[in-house]
Unconditional design. Structure first.
Length: 255
C-alpha cells in the first residue's frame, strides 16, 4: 500500500520521472512537494513536475465545486482512492431555491469513477447538510447537490454513468457489459439497461411522414401501436393500445 506522502513509480512512471545528467542512470523520483525540471533538447521547452496533489487535482470532476484533499493507493487491490471535499460557501435549497451558508453536518459518499489504466478509482466525497432559512419551506435540512459530479443517491460519478450508458446504447446489456469489463468498467447487463432506460429522450422535430403499425407487448395476448418517423427511421412513441382513438389522441397532442 502507498499513502499520500509517497509516490508509486508503477502508476506515475509514464508522466513523472525526472532524469539526472547521466542518461544511463534510472529516473530519480521526488516527493510530492518537490518541483523539478526535466532536461530536454534546447529546441523543446522544459517540463515542470508539479506537486502530486496539484497534479491529481486535474483529474477530479468539476474542480470548481470540489477540492482534492488527499489520495491513497492500494497496490494489492489495484485501487486509487481520492479524498474530495465540497467547497461551495453557499448552496441553494432543492425545494425553495433559497441560498444559505449555514452548515448542519457533514457526511461521506463513496463514488466509483473512471479507471486510470489498470487501477480502479474511488472518490471519498465529503459533502454537507445545510439549514434552510426559509420558514415556509418544508425542507428545513437538506443535502447539497453536486449535479456536475454525481446524481443524488448515486454510487458512481456522472462521467462514469455517461460512459456506461454509451456502452449500453451501442451494444445493449450483455455485449455492453463484456466491453465494459475489457475497458475496466465493471458493471452488469441489468445496470446498463437501467441506465439506458433512465436516459432522457432526445428532442425530435415534428415528423412529416409518420409510420403506424402494431407491435406485441406480449405476443398473442396484448398489442400496442408503434409510431415511426419514416424520414430518419426513428421510433417516436409506443402506445399502449392499437385502436384508432389512441392514435388520434396522440396526433392531437403532437400537431
Amino acid at each position: 500500500m502507498t499513502s499520500g506522502i509517497y509516490l508509486c513509480a508503477e502508476l506515475f512512471s509514464p508522466i513523472l520521472p525526472t532524469y539526472s545528467q547521466n542518461s544511463h542512470r534510472r529516473p530519480v523520483w521526488h516527493g510530492p512537494h518537490v518541483a523539478c525540471r526535466v532536461p530536454l533538447p534546447q529546441e523543446e521547452a522544459a517540463f515542470i513536475l508539479p506537486p502530486i496533489l496539484a497534479f491529481l487535482t486535474h483529474f477530479v470532476p468539476d474542480r470548481m465545486t470540489v477540492s482534492l484533499q488527499g489520495w491513497h493507493l492500494d497496490e494489492t487491490a489495484a485501487q486509487l482512492t481520492l479524498q474530495v471535499t465540497a467547497t461551495r460557501a453557499r448552496v441553494r435549497c432543492p425545494l425553495c431555491h433559497a441560498s444559505t451558508p449555514r452548515v448542519h453536518s457533514w457526511y461521506r459518499r463513496t463514488l466509483a469513477d473512471l479507471p486510470w489504466g489498470p487501477y480502479t478509482v474511488r472518490l471519498h466525497l465529503r459533502v454537507r447538510k445545510f439549514f434552510c432559512d426559509q420558514p415556509t419551506c418544508p425542507c428545513q435540512i437538506f443535502t447539497e447537490r453536486l449535479p456536475t459530479v454525481a446524481a443524488p443517491w448515486a454510487r458512481r460519478t456522472l462521467r462514469l454513468a455517461q460512459r456506461l450508458r454509451a456502452c449500453g446504447l451501442a451494444l445493449g446489456g450483455e455485449l455492453g457489459a463484456r466491453l465494459g469489463h475489457r475497458l475496466g468498467l465493471c458493471t452488469s447487463p441489468a445496470t446498463l439497461l437501467r441506465l439506458v432506460q433512465e436516459a432522457p429522450t432526445p428532442p425530435t422535430a415534428p415528423p412529416h411522414v409518420l409510420g403506424v403499425d402494431e407491435w406485441a407487448w406480449r405476443r398473442g395476448q396484448r398489442y400496442g401501436t408503434i409510431l415511426v418517423n419514416l424520414e430518419d427511421h426513428q421510433v417516436l412513441d409506443l402506445l399502449p393500445e392499437r385502436s384508432a382513438d389512441t392514435v388520434a389522441q396522440w396526433l392531437a397532442q403532437h400537431p
